[in-house]
Ligand binder design. Structure first.
Ligand SMILES: [Zn+2]
Length: 191
């Protein structure tokens, strides 16, 4: 059954095969699509223009409530340069998508990246702290043997027995002073 309709683009009457057909031809469909795309692009450009004419504080407020951000928006939010944002995108660290030729980032993805980076940095710092070696807190094996008048071999045996950890730094094996004091008491030196 054919339905009498009017083309949404050119306004001509035509007979459509279904009620949902909007255009008399593929060409009208295409032209309307292009027109809508152009309109949308102009609208985006306009919004940007308005944003740029606003005082920075107001622009920031606008950016904060946006769901989708431009590269410049992201840069402002993270207080970094737009090229940093572009690098994050090209490395695949920050998800982005293109709409009408413009690169956009969803606020959710930007927040997720920040959260991930903060966690990573914290973990790194903690790991570093654990690994930090301060010689002040350690005796090296020769010292222990000297201070307590015990042969290094015996010290080694005691450490093994008590499950006390040695740390190798350069040519020396170090043991925590607190561990040795627990084992042998205070050494016979001023320390
Ligand atoms: Zn038409």
């Amino acid at each position: 059954m054919l339905v009498n309709k009017r083309c949404t683009y050119c306004g001509d009457k035509f007979q459509a095969k279904s009620v949902s057909t909007k255009y008399c031809s593929h060409s009208c469909n295409q032209k309307h699509y292009k027109h809508k795309e152009k309109k949308a692009r102009q609208h985006l450009a306009k919004t940007d223009e308005i944003t740029e004419r606003h005082p920075f504080s107001e622009r920031l407020e606008l950016i904060k409530i946006k769901e989708f951000l431009s590269i410049n928006d992201c840069a402002i939010l993270l207080n970094v340069s737009p090229s940093t944002i572009k690098r994050l995108i090209s490395k695949g660290d920050l998800l982005s998508f293109k709409i009408l030729g413009r690169v956009l980032v969803s606020r959710k993805d930007l927040d997720a990246l920040c959260k991930k980076s903060i966690n990573k940095t914290t973990v790194k710092k903690v790991a570093k702290k654990e690994k930090e070696f301060d010689e002040k807190n350690y005796y090296f094996m020769g010292e222990i043997s000297n201070y307590y008048k015990i042969s290094q071999r015996t010290v080694e045996r005691h450490l093994k027995l008590k499950g006390i950890k040695k740390i190798k730094k350069g040519r020396f094996n170090y043991v925590l002073k607190s561990d040795i004091r627990k084992l042998y008491g205070a050494p016979n030196i001023k320390n």
